[in-house]
Every structure is written in structure tokens, then in C-alpha cells.
Write a protein that binds this ligand. Structure first.
Ligand SMILES: [Zn+2]
Length: 291
């Protein structure tokens, strides 16, 4: 994680948008839409948060998740829920224990509820394919346009995952920047990092690497560039040989790293490639050399 922290980290974190934290709750800046702040009964004692944990809800809607977190006795909550539309709802004050992590471990700590802030992103999660149709665990059908097929980093099989919306990621970046700065948090982790044998959220549809670099503000935001080291390198639509070939890249082509998944790098092609409209895709890491 440390390499993500540039020397100007704190300067970067100070560039925040549209909200602030007062008395451990989010407050919208003047002229911005108010942020609903609820007070869930599903919370514990006072904590000093050290890390940030990202989740998906595996739920039907942001509202249904908020309702569940507000229901007495559900024993489930998170500090914040973010809808697909980017709407933020706070459910538990940031200095109180929320019930989002369960049995978990990170960096010498166990039981991360006592040591972290949890953000839940509205998302139905893992999708199951029946014929040509995709279904969530609760039976609702979703169009294939909102599903990506990918391997979870803790698994070895390609499965379907509901995508996150750009508005949702942007809202999550903004809240996370504020939290990292205000509470001087250490790491940003997924539930699947702190409970890898039980949990798959936020999963491969969540762009963890680019998310982290946006939140942590890498020094000067300079992308990490790589050079294609092999003639006719395949640029693929996804992180694996099973994904279609978008283009063949010449040796010497420059790319910028956006995120990684196992041995595959999601890159932006910097060198102009004839016939390629959206110069973004996945390349096996052995075919790239770091500049
Ligand atoms: Zn979770």
C-alpha cells in the first residue's frame, strides 16, 4: 500500500468536493443536496477507525439496504450506503462500530468492525446465467449490458457480476477521500480482502486499483506507463484468453496502467492505434515492460 502514498498525499486529500464531516456525520456544502443522516440501532460502542472497507450490498436497491440496516435486530449496518444514482445515505456515525465486516482480519487486526469504516455500494452482486438470461440471487433478471464476466481474484472461475455506475464510484471516491483525510485512515480494502474465505464483495466489477489511486491521489496523478515488448500483442476485452481480441499492438506501443487482475493489466493505449475507437483493454502482464 505504501507506494500509493505520494509525498503530497495530504495535499491531494484536501481537494475535496461538496461535503465535509462534522461531529462524525457527513454534511453537504451550501448549495448541495442534503445528505440524509439516519441513526441505525444496529451499532456498537465508540471506535477509532483505522481502515476503510468497501462492500456491495447484494441487495435489490439502496433503499432496501438502508431499510435493512435501520431495522432493529437485523444486526447489519454500515456507515454509509451509496446508490447507483450516487446518492449517499449515512446510517451510523463514523465514530461508532457498524456491523459490516463480521469475522475478518487485516494487517494484524481482527474483527474489523471495531477498526474500520464500512461503505456499502448498492449492487445486486453475483449474477447467475440461465440460458441467455442473468439473474440475481433474489430472482430478478438483469440485462447482459450491466453484467461483466470475470474471475474474482480469490477464485479460479469466470462468473457474472453486476457493474457499478460511474456516479456511484464518483460519490464513493469523494466520501472516501474525505474519510481518509479526516480520520487519517491507513488502507482501503474490500470485504473480500479482510474475509477472503467468506466474502466476494466488492468483487471484480469494482475497479479497486483505479479507485484507490483516485482516492489516494498518486503524486501528480502520473499514470504508470508500460511499453509493449512483443510484436502483435493482443489487446483483449477482458482479463483472460477467453475474451475477444480488440486489436493487436505493435512492439513499442505505450500504454498506461489503470488496474490489474491477477496476471492481466487493464490499460489505456497511449500510442495511436489505427482502427481502434476506444483504446482500452487488457494485456497479459508478461507482454508489458514497465517504463
Ligand atoms: Zn461486505
Amino acid at each position: 500500500m505504501d507506494e500509493m502514498y505520494g509525498e503530497n498525499r495530504m495535499d491531494q486529500l484536501r481537494k475535496l468536493f461538496f461535503m465535509r464531516i462534522e461531529n462524525h456525520t457527513l454534511v453537504a456544502d451550501a448549495g448541495e443536496a442534503a445528505i440524509p443522516v439516519l441513526n441505525s440501532p444496529n451499532k456498537g460502542s465508540t471506535i477509532t477507525p483505522k481502515h476503510l472497507v468497501i462492500h456491495y450490498t447484494a441487495g435489490r436497491s439502496a433503499q432496501s439496504s438502508v431499510d435493512w440496516f435501520m431495522k432493529p435486530g437485523s444486526d447489519a449496518s454500515a456507515h454509509v450506503v451509496i446508490g447507483m444514482d450516487g446518492k449517499i445515505t449515512q446510517v451510523v456515525p463514523f465514530n461508532k462500530k457498524a456491523f459490516h465486516a463480521g469475522e475478518s482480519k487485516w494487517n494484524g487486526l481482527t474483527g474489523l468492525n471495531s477498526h474500520s469504516i464500512g461503505i456499502e455500494l448498492d449492487n445486486p452482486g453475483l449474477m447467475t446465467k440461465t440460458g441467455t438470461k442473468w439473474f440475481a440471487w433474489f430472482g430478478k433478471e438483469y440485462p447482459s449490458s450491466v453484467v461483466i464476466e470475470a474471475k474474482h481474484k480469490n477464485e479460479n472461475v469466470v462468473r457474472g457480476w453486476h457493474i457499478f455506475s460511474e456516479k456511484q464510484i464518483e460519490a464513493c471516491v469523494n466520501v472516501s477521500k474525505l474519510l481518509m483525510s479526516h480520520y487519517q485512515l491507513g488502507d482501503i480494502v474490500g470485504h473480500d480482502d479482510i474475509a477472503p474465505f467468506r466474502k466476494t464483495d466488492p468483487g471484480p466489477a469494482f475497479p479497486m486499483e483505479s479507485f484507490k489511486s483516485k482516492v489516494l491521489g498518486r503524486r501528480d496523478d502520473a499514470p504508470t506507463t508500460y511499453t509493449v515488448n512483443t510484436e502483435n500483442t493482443n489487446l483483449r476485452a477482458g482479463p483472460g484468453m477467453e475474451f475477444s481480441i480488440l486489436a493487436q499492438l505493435k512492439k513499442g506501443t505505450k500504454v498506461e496502467l489503470m488496474q490489474t487482475q491477477l496476471n492481466w493489466y487493464n490499460v489505456l493505449v497511449v500510442t495511436r492505434v489505427t482502427g481502434l475507437n476506444e483504446p482500452e483493454g487488457w494485456v497479459h502482464k508478461n507482454l508489458l515492460t514497465k517504463d
